[in-house]
Design a protein around this ligand. Structure first.
Ligand SMILES: Nc1ncnc2c1ncn2[C@@H]1O[C@H](COP(=O)(O)OP(=O)(O)OP(=O)(O)O)[C@@H](O)[C@H]1O
Length: 905
């Protein structure tokens, strides 16, 4: 240390207190970084790394950023998970001898970034505090930019992960015990990109936590806040509060309440389900466009957009609460004109939640107050329109909507309509608001006239015809008299300066005038600043009222948006039941139907119950629309439970407690797991955590491993979930393992469905219609052709399929005891499919049906190969006389025949 320069000594001393932060050290017009900080920052911010002689032999690595550009650089670093300590000069360098005193005035971390210009206004920026006791987690989540502050407790790792997924915090603070819990902290930091900071044990001292919360909320006991049963949650919340005071060093008066909640109030959605269903962003591009939020979000305000996102992230499970939301939307749809008027008035409303937070921590500028006023001036209109509604939630919004007239008129009378952004350059306070401001302003603007008047008066009194009042920075205002008039200068004037051909004077009167003019500006600026601060403080004192109103606005915005989307999209109000029946008629996928042109989306029915229709095995070629169908069912259920109308003709939705999805290959190579391992982990999670009230969407379970292992696992999974003694969850199960369709009939609750396609020569046409029964084949090669796989590869694939099928026949020959019910079933499925489409198929189906009635051995074999059982085919088949052949030869003959018929068909 001795060798360091005094400034570097000061730097090192401050840095030693903020080891985990990048220190922005203010040096004149720059923030400088040194040593490791400089190396990191220069790399992250792409700024030049230089060096500074710091008194030691080696130069210290250094880089800097201009102070006026700090916001952008700061947010970039914080956005990448770094913490930044801002160290300012707290003395005027001009008045100081030696080293200027410096202090860290704020620490900016990912979860405490207040810069609303760089934060997404449609998203909350959450900081989550976790306190792990060994078996229970206390959780507290706060958004410092809006004042939302929650607390809860959960007793399993999974529930904790669910909460983390729900809030998606940018930063987590935790006690050290959390690091040795079962939670994979690497996953939090690497995959979810959360900045994780374990804090020292004193943050989690129970007494200290309770005291800091008591002090903040100005209460003597937390019981009154409903926190009696949240001992661990309170510790988490207390640690969060202390962390905020440490980092913000600022007013936190906008944190007006700490809201406890129980996690069992909401539907459980794990992280892969949220991702797979593309609730708020798409799976691959991570964009809002293409997500459910994108379809539902027609909100007009940032508050509404954030609330809608949270509705989507946490669907309800209480029937009354869901119905209440649906009632509100129904009413808004029955009164379209009022709803659209409401939306007009919502349009100019700014982000009241973030504005009032800015006001509270004193960073709101005059333009923010004008935005505030513009927003508040809409409230009486909105309140008036809300009066006509009767539903419970709209009435509640009406009651909670304080029109804040006093605040609106305070800003109206005090703040200029178009003020500058800065708060120290005047032109903020409206004339007429404060007498002194008016006087000073007059003095400033009228000063010139007064000078001209004085000049005229002195000219007349003295007879100096070319007398001029002039100004320069050194002497201020003075009277200038050329040498030829020097004899007329009165004795009372004091000489200031002698020029070659003139003299400059001042008089007491001119001095007074000068003081008034020059002083007026300084005085005016500081008076305006003080008045502005006072006004801002007056508004800050009303934070609670403003927050309540902001929440009411957010709700009406969300309901109006959902109502509009319902009307435009042709959605209907779902009937909510608790009988476990999901019955959707002509359901549509809310996002895919928007993505494809010309209303080409084909709607489909879904029926699931807790008895004989628990598991649907869905087969069909690739690209047929299996995933779309399954996701649409999950989305319709989820939409209904968040309180939205749904894209269907009719919908009866039995409330589900959780939705689980296992969709496609979301491999996670980064975390060192193979595709199959990820798949099985997800399956394990589903089987362990689903209940008989859950909805499962399972897409191609087992495809990540060898065919036989995969099929066996898939088979066993179906057996497990369909069995009410084991799990018994409502499930849509898509698979390419056609063997699974054999479970229909064997297990009562399992039913086969497939997605219809039509063959046209070598090609297939996707009909997108779900019909009863299993699909006969996968059409993988046709789909590969559609995708542009080279002809030579396709031809070779066909050869291989043929070889494999022959082997398959040998396999099947061993199991020739085909049950006679088979044919009946296949024809039903064909009939269903045909009913929607091809006339040709209808004819063949009716023929097949009549053939089914005969139930001859040949027809059974025919159905086994899914050959259409029309009369002429049966005739041709009879001619083959396979009954006299050995099973093996009969099958080989049948196979050749089947191929011939299919080619012709
Ligand atoms: N009901 C529908 N109406 C119109 N188009 C649809 C419908 N369902 C799906 N599609 C279209 O078909 C495409 C493929 O659907 P999807 O991904 O659901 O097929 P899949 O059967 O799951 O295929 P794979 O087995 O290869 O995963 C979708 O991207 C969509 O454009």
């Amino acid at each position: 240390m001795e060798q360091l320069t005094p400034m570097m000594q000061q730097y090192m001393e401050i840095k030693s207190q903020y080891k985990d932060c990048i220190l922005f050290y203010r040096l004149g017009d720059f923030y400088e970084m040194f040593f490791e900080d400089a190396i990191t920052a220069s790399k992250e911010l792409e700024i030049t790394l230089t060096g500074k002689n710091c008194g030691q032999d080696e130069r210290a690595p250094m880089c800097g950023i201009p102070y006026h550009a700090v916001d952008g650089y700061l947010s970039k670093l914080v956005g990448r998970g770094f913490k930044v300590a801002i160290c300012e000069q707290v003395e005027d360098p001009k008045m100081t001898k030696g080293i200027v005193k410096r202090e860290v005035i704020r620490i900016v971390t990912p979860g405490t970034n207040l810069n609303t210009q760089v934060l997404d206004e449609t998203k909350n920026n959450y900081l989550m505090g976790i306190f792990y006791s060994g078996d229970v987690y206390g959780i507290s989540t706060v958004d410092v930019t809006t004042g939302d502050y929650f607390v809860t407790e959960v007793d399993t790792d999974r529930k904790l992960i669910d909460e983390i997924n729900k809030f998606a915090p940018t930063e987590i603070i935790c006690n050290e015990a959390f690091l040795i819990s079962n939670i994979d902290t690497k996953d939090l930091t690497n995959r979810l990109n959360i900045s994780l900071s374990p804090l020292e044990p004193w943050y989690y001292d129970e007494e200290l936590c309770v005291r800091s919360l008591n002090q903040h909320f100005k209460v003597s006991s937390l019981d009154g806040l409903g926190l009696k049963d949240y001992t661990l949650g309170v510790i988490a919340a207390g640690a969060v509060m202390q962390y905020l005071y440490e980092t913000q060093k600022n007013s936190l008066s906008h944190l007006t309440s700490l809201t406890p909640y129980v996690t069992s109030k909401y539907m459980i959605l794990d992280s892969s389900t949220r991702r797979n269903l593309e609730l708020v962003e798409t799976l691959r591009e991570k964009q809002k466009r293409g997500s459910l939020l994108w379809v539902l979000d027609k909100t007009k305000t940032a508050m509404g957009a954030r609330l809608l996102r949270s509705y989507i992230e946490q669907p309800l499970i209480n029937q009354d609460e869901i119905e209440n939301r649906l009632d509100a939307i129904t009413e808004l749809n029955e009164n379209v004109i009022t709803r659209e008027e409401l939306r007009e008035y919502l349009n100019p409303i700014y982000d009241l939640e973030r504005l009032i937070s800015k006001v509270s921590y004193k960073s709101a500028n005059p333009r923010d107050l004008i935005a505030f006023k513009t927003s508040l001036s809409m409230l009486p209109h909105i309140k008036f329109l809300l009066k006509s509604f009767n539903s419970k939630l709209l009435n509640e919004i009406y009651d909670n909507l304080d029109i804040l007239e006093d605040i609106c008129s305070l800003i109206e009378t005090s703040i200029e309509e178009e003020p500058p952004i800065g708060i120290k350059e005047g032109s903020i306070i409206k004339s007429g608001y404060h007498e002194e401001v008016d006087k000073l302003r007059k003095a400033k603007t009228e000063g010139k006239t007064w000078l001209a008047e004085l000049e005229g008066k002195e000219r007349e009194n003295t007879g100096i015809k070319n007398l001029r009042i002039k100004y320069n920075k050194v002497f201020g205002y003075y009277l200038e008299v050329t040498n030829s008039y020097q004899n007329l200068v009165p004795d009372t004037w004091s000489r200031k300066q002698t020029l070659a051909n003139a003299e400059r004077y001042i008089t007491p009167e001119l001095k007074e005038l000068e003081d008034m003019i020059l002083g007026a500006e300084d005085k005016l600026f500081s008076l305006e600043y003080n008045l502005f601060s006072e006004i801002r403080d007056t508004i800050a004192a009303e934070v609670k009222r403003i927050q309540t109103t902001a929440k009411a606005i957010a709700k009406i915005d969300v309901f109006a948006s959902l109502a509009l989307v319902a009307e435009r999209g042709g959605y209907i109000r779902p009937n909510i039941n608790t009988d476990g029946i999901i019955d959707i008629k002509n359901g549509r996928h809310p996002v895919v139907e928007k993505m494809i042109s010309n209303d080409l989306f084909v709607s489909n029915d879904t029926y699931l119950n807790n008895k004989d229709k628990r598991v649907s095995i869905i087969t069909g070629p690739n690209m047929a629309g299996k995933s779309t169908y399954m996701r649409q069912t999950a989305l319709i259920v989820l939409m209904a439970q968040l309180g939205s109308f749904v894209p269907a003709l009719e919908a009866n939705i039995g409330i589900v407690d959780r939705i689980f999805t296992r969709v496609g290959a979301s491999d996670d190579l980064a975390s060192g797991q193979s595709t199959f391992m990820v798949e099985m982990t997800e399956v394990a999670n589903i089987l362990r955590n689903a209940t008989n009230n859950s909805l499962l969407i399972l897409d191609e379970i087992g495809r990540g491993t060898s065919t036989f292992d995969g099929l066996s696992i898939a088979w066993a999974v179906v057996e497990h979930i369909s069995n009410s003694k084991l799990l018994g969850a409502k499930t849509l199960f898509a698979t390419h393992y056609h063997e699974l369709t054999e479970l229909e009939g064997k297990i009562e609750s399992v039913n086969n469905y497939c997605i219809a396609v039509k063959e046209q020569g070598e090609d297939i046409v996707f009909l997108r219609k779900i019909i009863k029964g299993g699909a006969d084949k996968s059409y993988g090669i046709q789909v590969a052709k559609l995708a542009g796989v080279p002809e030579s590869v396709l031809n070779r694939a066909k050869e291989i399929v043929e070889e494999l099928s022959n082997n398959d026949i040998a396999e099947k020959a061993k199991r020739i005891d085909v049950d006679s019910a088979h044919l009946g079933k296949d024809t039903t499925s064909l009939a269903d499919g045909a009913a929607y489409e091809d006339k040709l198929v209808v004819q063949e189906v009716s023929a097949a049906k009549s053939a089914a009635g005969k139930k001859t051995e040949i027809e059974n074999q025919l159905s086994f190969f899914s050959v259409p059982a029309s009369d002429d085919i049966i005739m041709e088949l009879r001619e083959l006389d396979i009954n006299g052949l050995t099973p093996m030869d009969a099958l080989n003959t049948l196979y050749k025949f089947q191929k011939k018929i299919k080619d012709r068909w």
